[in-house]
Design a protein. Structure first.
Length: 130
């Protein structure tokens, strides 16, 4: 398994966001090959993923959460009443927009999907890996 080369500019942007973290403990991969780097790490008991473009623009930060706001849960349950909710993340975009990414499992096929819901409960989209 080869290690992903992460340019200094990307590391600099990451360190501006998380100066307290040790870069040697960050797992890097391509979110979109050749376009978006993804850093995965644990901090203060939570799992994070940070996406940074090859040009050094911070796109978003995902934080795994246990407590999803009721308005978001109600929106997901309303649209997918038979699906099981598996996992959730708080997604904060660099422009300040906040969304919730909720992993749901289909009862018929036991297939996992992700839904993106705004913090006001408005459904945005469903996909395989958002």
């Amino acid at each position: 398994m080869s290690r992903l080369y992460v340019p200094n500019e990307i590391l600099r942007v990451f360190k501006q966001l998380y100066p307290q973290l040790n870069l040697a403990e960050i797992a890097w991969k391509w979110e979109v090959p050749g376009k978006i780097y993804e850093a995965s790490f644990e901090s203060e008991g939570a799992h994070y993923e940070v996406e940074i473009t090859v040009t050094g623009h911070h796109l978003l930060t995902e934080k795994k959460i246990k407590n999803v706001p009721k308005v978001v849960l109600d929106a997901v349950k309303s649209k997918y009443p038979k699906h099981k909710i598996d996992d959730a993340s708080l997604v904060t975009f660099s422009n300040g927009d906040v969304y919730y990414e909720v992993d749901i499992i289909s009862p018929a096929k036991e297939k996992e999907s992700e839904v993106l819901v705004r913090e006001d409960g408005k459904f945005v989209m469903k996909g395989e890996d958002l």
